[in-house]
Design a protein around this ligand. Structure first.
Ligand code: FES
Ligand code: FES
Length: 182
């Protein structure tokens, strides 16, 4: 059964290894902040971090995630909004809200890797489908987060995970019965 660390907590998923990570996170780990948009890799609403890289969880199987460190929206902001989230709020960059977790994950990964990204890097990090046209405010939010100290995002993100994940022991997660309230 696939084992990995999710938000700093060791988890073993009692599920078929071919199951998309998205379903496992939502249905078994009860981490419903990661959103199901298209399910086929087009919208990026399901973005999570896999070993720090922003990936679409609908395209990653549990077998592919085996042994990796997964971070979801619940794990990236445990101590309150991070720099990206504060900037998104400040410039009111969000419309529907459904796409927001994936956008936060993408921008958090961007600022951790590139504390002062170029416009081209910002645009490349945001392939998310957003039909409400919020992209200009997303760019403004990133620029605000950078001015506010984008480099701090790495420390904030690191602080979100428990210092000693092994201290929690490995928990098992399996899908809730069909029809269960998620
Ligand atoms: S749900 Fe994964 S890309 Fe749309
Ligand atoms: S923010 Fe969700 S569609 Fe634009």
């Amino acid at each position: 059964m696939p084992r990995m660390t999710v938000n700093g907590r060791p988890l073993e998923f009692l599920m078929d290894g071919r199951t998309p990570l998205l379903w496992a996170l939502r249905d078994a780990a009860n981490l419903t902040g990661t959103k199901y948009g298209c399910g086929v890799g087009d919208c990026w609403a399901c973005t999570v971090h896999v070993d720090g890289q922003a990936l679409r969880s609908c395209l990653v199987t549990l077998d592919e995630a085996e042994g990796r460190a997964i971070t979801t929206i619940e794990g990236v902001s445990r101590d309150g909004p991070n720099a990206v989230q504060r900037a998104l709020i400040e410039v009111q960059a969000i419309q529907c809200g459904f796409c927001t977790p994936g956008i936060v994950m993408a921008l958090t990964a961007l600022l951790r890797a590139s504390p002062s990204p170029t416009r081209a890097q910002i645009e490349a990090a945001l392939p998310h489908l957003c039909r409400c046209g919020v992209q200009p405010r997303l760019y403004a939010a990133v620029e605000l987060a950078v001015r506010a100290g984008g480099g701090a995002i790495a420390a904030e993100t690191a602080a979100a995970a428990p210092a000693d994940p092994d201290a929690n022991g490995t928990a098992a997660a399996e899908a809730a019965p069909e029809g269960a309230d998620q």
